[in-house]
Ligand binder design. Structure first.
Ligand code: RP5
Length: 169
């Protein structure tokens, strides 16, 4: 039987999925059960409010909310839940995501949204941040995070050595 999702990835449109696959990929790699939904703060506001209001009762522990343009999804989700909400601003308008970044990050006091970087890096980090929120203390997730960081370290060392070898630096 599939394990109950503990992270919800919501995005304003199916056109956001190519970027938001980065969040899902991280959660999959860490073995974190998650679900993915298309919900729009502007086009389907009632669905957003219903989803966010029911989230705690359904067993979710973190929500990742991604949107482009006038990106109010993270804020509206956060308005309806006590769960931590991670916002991912996306490119996709003529302002290349600056609009989404400002809309996501400039939340009024009382309704926090943890805003990530614009685009794929932000989507990837949203997945990692969700894992970090779930991995408090010791346990398998904490060990996987340490191993992930070790791989980053090894990767940089290898690139450093390869570059210096190639160019005799
Ligand atoms: C936002 O508008 C979505 O999150 C998406 O980034 C953008 C464009 O949506 P579509 O017109 O592609 O559905 O709400």
């Amino acid at each position: 039987m599939a394990r109950r999702p503990v992270v919800g990835i919501v995005m304003g449109s199916d056109s956001d999925w190519p970027v938001m696959q980065e969040s899902a990929g991280i959660l999959k790699a860490f073995g974190v059960p998650h679900e993915v939904r298309v919900l729009s703060a502007h086009r389907s506001p009632k669905l957003v409010s219903q989803y966010a209001t029911a989230a705690v009762g359904r067993g979710l522990r973190v929500i990742i909310a991604a949107a482009g343009g006038a990106a109010h999804l993270g804020g509206v989700v956060a308005a309806h839940t006590t769960l931590p909400v991670i916002g991912v601003p996306l490119e996709g308008s003529s302002l290349q995501g600056l609009d989404a970044l400002l809309a996501t990050v400039q939340m009024p006091g009382g309704i926090p949204v943890a805003s990530m970087a614009v685009g794929k890096a932000g989507a990837k980090n949203a997945g990692l941040f969700a894992v970090q929120l779930l991995a408090q203390g010791r346990g398998p997730l904490q060990r996987r995070l340490l191993a992930y960081k070790r791989r980053l370290h090894v990767g940089v060392r290898q690139k450093d050595q390869a570059l210096r070898r190639q160019f005799g630096l």
